[in-house]
Design a protein around this ligand. Structure first.
Ligand code: SF4
Ligand code: SF4
Length: 364
């Protein structure tokens, strides 16, 4: 199972779309204090999960890098994932760096787009630190994790990040449905969706199949995740696994379904009797997803937004339009992808991604 571990609620950036610094006072959200307040030794209980993945999360987890070694020693049978803004990445000890199987770096596209959302100088610092860890021999999966907003052009931003040659994979989430009404951060979501985002996905899908014909598998996570599961032919369940096979351990030592949902009632608490297997399959997607004609392909996109409906039904459906468009694009290229796979034109192992839940939600 996947275990997010929220190491702190503090962050050293103040990105435009992040609720942690502006929308509510986390200090007041007991039982989730700003810093870890439980006995770290209780994390040993996670060892009872036969196949644990631990994702260090925040806030900014590198602010707590002094805890990494201790936690890694407490759960030695885990795979380790880091989700970070990378500002302090060059300060991480090489010995610890190499223990990560996967690092997801927050970056939104080129310098202009990234710095607009994350603050001036962020893009250059992030690239400098990525080069630093590559020079120090980091060979794990390095993922550009984009947050897509109204200034984003998905086609050019994804291609820019691929062209840097620094990342193994590119993934994104749209800044939608999280924490406030649609108009809080969007001037015109519908216009952006119909004129920029959906057409950009169409162009990316066309490029993807064009490259596949030459044997190149573009490392675009939502495409790989969907196509590989469509080839496998299994009905999708919520792809991020929240509430079923993915959980968050809060700073207060509570276990909940998702790291961005501190306001949800905890499912369990980390104590001397905690059994990680007891929380499996605790929460399920519902509401509008239950009647959706592509539920078996989508899986439900996001448990948190499915439950809280920040944008109302109309707004929720407006986002689902992007999911349906993405799925339709993948459906359209699927027969040729299968044909090329059968002819061994490309390496199917590169398409089968991710190999385990490394925190990429697949559906943006
Ligand atoms: S497209 Fe929307 S309604 Fe349909 S399953 Fe996905 S998230 Fe749910
Ligand atoms: S996709 Fe939604 S439910 Fe799943 S981990 Fe992300 S925020 Fe939580």
């Amino acid at each position: 199972m996947l275990w997010f571990l929220t190491l702190t609620q503090s962050c050293n950036l103040a990105c435009k779309y992040c609720g942690s610094s502006e929308n509510f006072d986390i200090e007041d959200l007991s039982p989730h204090p700003r810093e870890i307040s439980f006995d770290l030794n209780l994390l040993k209980r996670i060892q009872k999960d036969p196949d644990p993945v631990i994702a260090f999360y925040g806030g900014e987890p590198l602010l707590k890098m002094r805890l990494f070694k201790q936690i890694m020693e407490l759960i030695p049978n885990a795979k380790y994932v880091l989700q970070t803004n990378a500002i302090l990445l060059s300060k991480l000890k090489t010995e610890i760096l190499h223990k990560f199987d996967c690092i997801l770096i927050s970056v939104d596209g080129d310098e202009k787009v990234t710095d607009y959302n994350r603050g001036e100088g962020t893009y250059q610092k992030v690239l400098e630190n990525i080069r630093n860890i590559r020079e120090r021999g980091f060979k794990g999966d390095l993922i550009a994790r984009m947050t897509i907003s109204e200034v984003s052009d998905i086609y050019t931003d994804v291609l820019h990040l691929i062209s840097l040659g620094l990342f193994d994979h590119i993934h994104w989430q749209i800044d939608c449905l999280w924490d406030s009404e649609m108009t809080a951060r969007w001037k015109d979501f519908y216009k952006w969706r119909d004129e920029i985002y959906n057409p950009g996905i169409t162009k990316l899908a066309a490029l993807f199949i064009e490259e596949l014909r030459k044997g190149n598998v573009l490392p675009i996570v939502p495409f790989l995740g969907l196509l590989s599961s469509f080839i496998e032919g299994k009905k999708a369940t919520l792809r991020c696994g929240a509430g079923r096979t993915s959980f968050n351990i809060t700073t207060g030592g509570y276990v909940n379904a998702c790291p961005v949902a501190p306001e949800f009632d905890p499912i369990s608490k980390l104590d001397d009797d905690f059994d990680p297997n007891s929380v499996r399959d605790s929460v399920f997607i519902g509401g509008l997803c239950n009647d959706c004609e592509i539920l078996d392909k989508c899986g439900g996109r996001c448990l948190y937004t499915n439950k809280n409906m920040w944008w109302g039904k109309k707004g929720f459906r407006a986002v689902c339009n992007t999911v349906k468009h993405l799925v339709a694009q993948m459906d359209e290229i699927l027969p040729e992808v299968k044909d090329l796979a059968q002819k061994k034109v490309f390496d199917m192992d590169l398409m089968n991604y991710p190999k385990y839940n490394n925190t990429c939600e697949i559906i943006p």
